[in-house]
Design a protein around this ligand. Sequence first.
Ligand SMILES: Nc1ncnc2c1ncn2[C@@H]1O[C@H](COP(=O)(O)OP(=O)(O)OP(=O)(O)O)[C@@H](O)[C@H]1O
Ligand SMILES: [Mg+2]
Length: 399
Amino acid sequence: MSFETNGSATHDRTRVFVTGSCEGSATLCQALAHQPDLELVGVAEHVHEATGALAGGHLQVVLHATSDATLPSDELAVIREHTRAPIIVLASGEASQLMEQALEEDVADVLLLPQMPENVFFAIRKASHSGRRSLGATVPSASHGRIVTVFSPKGGTGKTVITTNLATALAKHEGKRTLLLDLDLQFGDAAIMLGLEPEKTIYDLVVAPGELDSEKLAGYVTRHTSGLEILPAPLRPEDAELVTEAKIGALLEVARQSYDVIMVDTSPFFHGPMLATLDQTDELLLVCSLDVPTIKNVRLSLQTLELLSFPMRKVRLVLNRSNSKVGMKEGEVETALERKVRFQIPSDRAVPLAVNRGNPVVLADAGSDFAKALRDVAKAVANPEPERQARRRRFFAKA
Ligand SMILES: Nc1ncnc2c1ncn2[C@@H]1O[C@H](COP(=O)(O)OP(=O)(O)OP(=O)(O)O)[C@@H](O)[C@H]1O
Ligand SMILES: [Mg+2]
């Protein structure tokens, strides 16, 4: 169901989305679509059809219509998963129980239809104002999602296993709105490790006409059961060429507005899109292993990063398969690289088992050593140390 909205300028208009239906809701939507102070972003009878718009639509109010006599808690929970905009419940018929329940829930208002459209407009504006105030208090800046890039100059060191598990843990266990961006543009396999077969990839997004904004981005991501969203690598290696440095720069800026954390998986090269990513990276997880050629290349990468003026304080050394008995100890890696290992991740049989099943280890085998280590990394990424504290830690680690 869709309605033509009026054509006036969109700024300063309250952005509203309507989900569900009840007696009188269709008439009300017609009235909303022609109200100059409101922008009716869309209407969806079933909440599940609207998740993209709810997440990326910069909504100020969501109206949810129900003909049930009780509060539709499951549907409200789905809306809450995707947006923090205030929710007004529209009901028809006997609703005294629903109203009672609404007092206990995170609902801005309940309106019984039919209503004079002016009453509904007023309730929307009131909810939008209070929503803005409370969002301002709890979310200091909506546009400051952190970009965490996972890199290693050697193939097969565990970048994708670490990125997919970390991103899943951030979404599922740390409650962060998380996007996984697969920048291994030619041979990315993050989606497959998550057991997903996405219809759209980063290629479709960058070749689509029109300006990129959060709403458009939301239409191209694929959602995993953990809540994590992913923008996968192109399906064909030759399509990677069109994913340019400029496109990645713009994409990351937009993604910061919709997500708390953007996890970037990479290939072992410093190509254009990687340089654009480094420009915006807040934390670089540099993956190393107990293996002489990898250590040599990680050392070269650190030198390249310095030449690129990438701030070394943003680099975290991750030692994957840290417990492998290969005649080398963590201390030797630290000496060779002249920096401390920040995270150790053990070698674990649970990893290949989970990879082959397309299910991240943090979900498939939450008690495994690998999952526990990844949960710790997720906690640290979700709660970054204040800069002063991090400086102290680095100073004493060197001493
Ligand atoms: N800690 C670990 N324990 C056991 N197996 C692991 C571990 N880390 C990685 N692996 C295995 O190593 C394989 C390669 O890992 P992964 O694909 O994540 O590497 P990569 O760095 O992304 O490689 P590429 O550069 O080819 O993309 C995986 O299939 C996984 O099974
Ligand atoms: Mg990989």
